[in-house]
Design a protein around this ligand. Sequence first.
Ligand code: RP5
Length: 171
Amino acid sequence: MWAVTNEPLAPRVGVVMGSRSDFETMQGALELLSQLEIAYEVRVLSAHRTPQLLASYAARAERLGLSCVIAGAGGAAHLPGMLAAFTRVPVLGVPVQSRALSGQDSLLSIVQMPAGVPVATFAIGPAGAKNAALFAAAILATTDAGIRQNLDAFRAKQTQAVLDDPFFEGH
Ligand code: RP5
């Protein structure tokens, strides 16, 4: 078994993380993908601890025709960059907040790719995981009308929540 999927449909997005300890951060991405009705698969994959598995996952991502892979990692976060080295499937990197350096190490490891092999890099922690999922949705929305509709509805709801906030009434 390669991965946990959120539905029986073929996955459109891959979500990988360097350790089980990253799950809490990456959960926000999984929840948003589900909310937007995007089939995904998820698994732990480490550049350091399972390098061979990383290479075969990259081949799998191409074989399945995934639109992108969201890769979360912390510390010396090589996972997104190494994955991008093995595949042309777009990699969306999420820097997980590390204990020692609060995720500054993760951010710089992921964002500072030398020219030639890009990784799209998001904010440190849960905000980055959520935005990576929304970015994946935006990629899919360019060709999938259903996802476009779901993403538009998500954004409209978000806008309305700000406008309806009773805190600002009377100010
Ligand atoms: C990285 O090391 C993982 O992405 C994780 O953020 C960090 C710590 O991993 P654990 O020691 O908690 O397994 O590879």
